[in-house]
Design a protein around this ligand. Structure first.
Ligand SMILES: Nc1ncnc2c1ncn2[C@@H]1O[C@H](COP(=O)(O)OP(=O)(O)OP(=O)(O)O)[C@@H](O)[C@H]1O
Ligand SMILES: Cc1ncc(CO)c(N)n1
Length: 269
């Protein structure tokens, strides 16, 4: 069988739980060949972020060019984009190469409360990257920022999904990881709302869950699954990864990407 490939455009997390590192581990666990464009380097661990260095937009454009001019790219995931110039660099190159699938995780604030997207960059992300997205995967606070409306109930989640859909994303997946009652997510494809029901797993070790989920969707799209099935598989993947999350570090520990676990679960052949 021909190898499938996926590209992550995101920030580096030195502790390996989120960002580029989580994405590449997720791709590998799916048997997908992973490639990366690094947008920013974070000095980060399970307790917080010590510093952020943005990568020069010119080298961001060159990383994208280097990949697309040489290698096949079956899907793209976008994570931390940090600043306006970064967003413009990504937009310039992705509109040029037009990959078939783009999964946009509109990363804004880390679990430790640090800004991974500068507040002044939010409108640029909405204007340029959101309309390119095959699917956008905001958590509840991100969906609130994008729609400028508070979200409490499933009904609010549906309304937010509908509004973000009208802003140009082809599919909207609102993540319920920040809900108190459960961890149910909702997918909207412009026609119907599909609920991915899940009880909350009682753990504090959820560092990088959003990154892992969005890269699992990208991996499943690269493997050829249609959007609904790709999301269903990715939700199963993140749930297993949280169930086996690692109690390492002094703060919010990372999830586990263990190939054999997913093989046994039947998600991956
Ligand atoms: N305690 C939990 N139990 C079960 N599922 C969870 C839990 N926490 C998060 N999830 C699931 O993990 C996925 C990621 O959601 P979440 O809202 O945590 O993303 P996020 O806030 O973007 O993550 P991060 O920014 O830390 O990477 C969703 O499918 C969500 O339902
Ligand atoms: C680099 C990076 N991207 C995304 C997140 C969101 O979890 C994080 N903590 N760090």
């Amino acid at each position: 069988m021909k190898i499938k490939t996926a590209l992550t455009i995101a920030g580096s997390d030195s502790s390996g739980g989120a960002g580029i590192q989580a994405d590449l581990k997720t791709f590998s666990a799916h048997g997908v060949y992973g490639m990366s464009v690094i947008t920013a380097i974070t000095a980060q661990n399970t307790q917080g972020i010590l510093g952020i260095q943005d990568v020069d937009p010119d080298i961001i454009e060159k990383q994208i060019k280097a990949i697309f001019d040489d290698l096949p790219v079956n899907s793209v995931k976008i994570g931390m984009v940090s600043q306006i110039e970064t967003i413009q660099a990504i937009y310039n190159q992705l509109t040029r190469y037009q990959p078939k699938f783009i999964v946009l995780d509109p990363v804004m604030i880390s679990k430790s409360g640090h800004h991974l997207l500068k507040p002044k960059s939010i409108q640029t992300l909405i204007k340029f990257l959101l309309p390119l997205a095959t699917i956008i995967t905001p958590n509840l606070p991100e969906a609130e920022v994008i729609t400028q409306k508070k979200i409490h109930t499933y009904q609010d989640m549906e309304e937010a999904a509908n509004k973000i859909y009208t802003m140009g994303a082809k599919n909207v997946f609102i993540k319920g990881g920040h809900r108190k009652e459960d961890a149910t997510d909702i997918l909207y494809d412009g026609q119907k709302f599909i609920y991915f029901k899940q009880q909350r797993i009682d753990t504090q070790n959820t560092h990088g869950t959003g990154c892992t989920l969005s890269s699992a969707i990208a991996a499943n799209l690269a493997l050829g699954f249609p959007i609904e099935k790709a999301v269903e598989n990715a939700k199963k993947y993140i749930t297993i990864a949280i169930n086996h999350s690692l109690d390492i570090g002094k703060g919010v520990g990372p999830t586990h990407h263990f190939y054999e676990l997913y093989q046994k679960s039947g998600i991956i052949n």
